[in-house]
Design a protein around this ligand. Structure first.
Ligand code: GDP
Length: 297
């Protein structure tokens, strides 16, 4: 599981301060220094760490007194609240269209987990929200991407719309939307193509699909193992497409995870879901407060 290293370090830092009946400025200074190192070591972006530590210091020193908590516990509460805010505060919901199907566009680099996550999201929408999604195969470039989505569709017993590898992705998306209306699907999940690196041609195509189908959500699928590069990728996709949310994949791996946690701070877009394994039911709604509790113990 990701964040194990971070969790270990933060928990041992916190242990030192929990029981304190009195917390001096020196205590806060030492604790923030250790928290700072733990975050940097976990690969959280240094600018993000700097802001976070500043907030913790300001709040922990000039703290309002709560009688139910020891001063040590109050300092920890501040750390937890700041970590939660860093990851996005309250978890935000999936948009719902006023009329017709809700359209979700999945974007990201090749290998990030878009196709798998499209299947997982469709599965979650059906199981948890009683929805009837249509999966759409718009990745006409990666060999066997269409087949992969069709196989997922069969496993899930879920409709998949495709027009083969020769069709234009914008046309596929447009026709899929018509089909979804005809067949009364309430969600349309469009699996788009990725590249190994962000490039203009890819962005141009994604912008055209966006203009054509006017999606209610554009989810950027990010591999949490990719480190600081994930931040640059997120910034580019957000600049070009104005994404509405992020899905972190492979959080079940032993990634340090800190880069992924910096994405919210850098793009100001919420992390909506987390992929916790390869299986189709291993996608979870991302709750910043629960994740902060998990990390801080
Ligand atoms: P795409 O190129 O973005 O469509 O990526 P794929 O959906 O083909 O995924 C690439 C690989 O990552 C596949 O082997 C997936 O099974 C794997 N994968 C996707 N999400 C997760 C996850 O949350 N955890 C793990 N362990 N593997 C994942």
């Amino acid at each position: 599981m990701a964040f194990e290293g971070l969790a270990d370090r933060l928990q041992s830092t916190i242990k030192k301060i929990t029981g304190k009946g009195k917390v001096s400025e020196q205590d806060v200074k030492e604790m923030t220094r250790e928290v700072r190192l733990a975050l940097l070591e976990a690969d959280v972006n240094y600018k993000v760490v700097k802001d976070l530590i500043k907030n913790i210091k300001e709040r922990a020193v000039g703290q309002e007194v709560m009688e139910s908590l020891t001063p040590g516990q109050q300092v920890i509460k501040v750390v937890k609240e700041e970590l939660t805010a860093l990851m996005g505060g309250e978890q935000s919901k999936i948009a719902v269209a006023d009329r017709g199907p809700t359209v979700i566009m999945m974007v990201g680099l090749q290998g990030a987990g878009k196709t798998t996550t499209s299947g997982k999201l469709a599965n979650l929408l059906r199981k948890k929200h009683n929805r009837n999604p249509l999966l759409v195969a718009c990745d006409v470039y990666r060999p066997a991407a269409i087949q992969q989505l069709e196989t997922l569709g069969r496993q899930l017993d879920m409709a998949v719309f495709s027009m083969g590898e020769e069709a234009n992705p914008v046309d596929i998306a447009k026709n899929a939307l018509e089909k979804a209306k005809e067949d009364h699907h309430d969600y349309v999940i469009i699996d788009t193509a990725g590249r190994l690196h962000v490039d203009n041609e890819l962005m141009g195509e994604l912008q055209q699909i966006k203009a054509e189908v006017q999606p209610h959500e554009i989810y950027l699928v990010v591999d949490s193992m990719t480190g600081q590069d994930a931040i640059n990728v997120a910034e580019s996709f957000n600049e070009q497409l104005d994404i509405t949310g992020v899905i972190l994949t492979k959080l079940d791996g032993d990634t340090r995870g800190g880069a992924a946690l910096s994405i919210k701070a850098v793009t100001d877009k919420p992390i909506k879901f987390a992929g916790m394994g390869e299986k189709l039911d291993e996608l979870e709604a991302f709750h910043p407060d629960r994740m902060a509790s998990r990390i801080l113990g």
